[in-house]
Design a protein around this ligand. Structure first.
Ligand SMILES: CC(C)(COP(=O)(O)OP(=O)(O)OC[C@H]1O[C@@H](n2cnc3c(N)ncnc32)[C@H](O)[C@@H]1OP(=O)(O)O)[C@@H](O)C(=O)NCCC(=O)NCCS
Length: 332
């Protein structure tokens, strides 16, 4: 029997503390940078973000999104065969955040692993989950969850902290006979690996007093990516995904892109041949939530009725490194 992955439920979690651009402007004005937040706001469309309580870890964000997604799927934690968690702001360097989530969730029959390709993690994790479901009769219910708490790993005096909002999104994939998963396409260019990241704390440079003092254990945007990385990279990936899986731009009901910069989405949509109205955005209300943003946009779009049963959707994410991942799904 053919086994195909289907998305049976989604959910998202947004923590409670709202931080507006005005609040950040007041803070950066004191630091002698009165304009930077307004500039970032004008160029991206981001107006606010949300922070989790200070004593939370990334798995604490993933937990409520996962619980809600399971509830909506009519499943109990013990029904889950596999948890795939995407993040680049993990609880620890090791072990993976997914195994911490498995414990907190009580998913005692689930295996786990993390996907760590930054903000491309959710579409990558969906593609992996779909492949594992198709290839294994014993993997039926997969919880794919993406969570982001980069703000806790950022320097509050760094204006780029504008971009780090907390959040989580989850989807439950189950094995079925209708076509759900359509296909995936991935691309990367590791020449950019030192542009944006956390560069001390791993084997390249273990954390030391000197690296902590110099701020290298915090996330840093060292060199911005040229605009073409996404403006050309996303349409290239979309066209490849469509050609390899036998659909056209006209067949697509929604594309969900990484929610970092609204004008970039407009350029990419036009180059994909898809009206920008079919590209739901959430960054204006939830901020940029990195690895979690596409999962959260998916749930938001479903809740708003922008994605319905039978729709063909495409999710395209960019992560630092850089990685880009696109996945197409027929909603069943
Ligand atoms: C981070 C990013 C979104 C910012 O884009 P942007 O909002 O257009 O920001 P810009 O770099 O043009 O900066 C906006 C303004 O703030 C200023 N600014 C930027 N960083 C600053 C800083 N640290 N201090 C003071 N001013 C700063 C810039 O000089 C610019 O001012 P100007 O308008 O007077 O020229 C973009 O550089 C990027 O990397 N895009 C790709 C994102 C991506 O896909 N990443 C992988 C996934 S995480």
């Amino acid at each position: 029997m053919t086994r195909t992955a289907q998305i049976v439920s989604t959910a998202r979690y947004l923590p409670g503390r709202k931080v507006t651009n005005d609040e950040l402007t007041a803070r950066f004005s004191v630091l002698g940078l009165p304009d930077v937040i307004n500039k970032f706001g004008a160029s991206t469309g981001i107006t606010q973000r949300f922070y989790a309580p200070d004593d939370w870890a990334t798995s604490d964000l993933a937990l409520p999104a996962s619980q809600e997604a399971l509830k909506r799927a009519g499943l109990k934690p013990e029904d889950v065969d596999l948890i795939v968690l995407g993040t680049d702001s993990p609880d620890y360097i090791t072990p993976d955040t997914s195994v911490v989530l498995q414990y907190k969730l009580g998913a005692k029959n689930a295996g786990t692993f993390d996907v760590g390709c930054a903000c491309a993690s959710f579409p990558t994790a969906i593609a992996l989950a779909a492949g594992l479901i198709s290839a294994n009769a014993g993997i039926r219910n997969v919880l794919v969850v993406a969570a982001y708490m980069m703000h806790k790993l950022s320097d509050p005096d760094d204006p780029v902290s504008f971009f780090y909002g907390d959040g989580a999104g989850a989807a439950v994939l189950t094995s079925g006979s209708m076509q759900g998963f359509v296909g995936a396409a991935l691309q990367a260019d590791g020449a950019y690996h030192s542009n944006w990241g956390i560069f001390s704390g791993g084997t390249f440079e273990p954390a030391s007093e000197a690296s902590v003092k110099a701020g290298r254990t915090k996330v840093r945007l060292v060199k911005p990516y040229p605009p073409e990385v996404n403006e050309e990279g996303w349409p290239r990936l979309f066209k490849r995904l469509a050609a390899e899986n036998d659909f056209t731009a006209d067949d697509v009901d929604q594309i969900l892109f990484t929610q970092v910069r609204k004008p970039t989405i407009a350029v990419a949509a036009e180059r994909c041949g898809v009206p920008v109205e079919k590209c739901h955005t959430i960054m204006e209300k939830y901020g940029y939530t990195g690895s979690a943003c596409i999962a959260m946009a998916l749930d938001d779009a479903i809740e708003l009725g922008k994605i319905k049963r039978g729709n063909l959707i495409v999710m395209i994410g960019s992560g630092v490194g850089y990685n880009q991942a696109a996945v197409a799904f027929r909603m069943t």
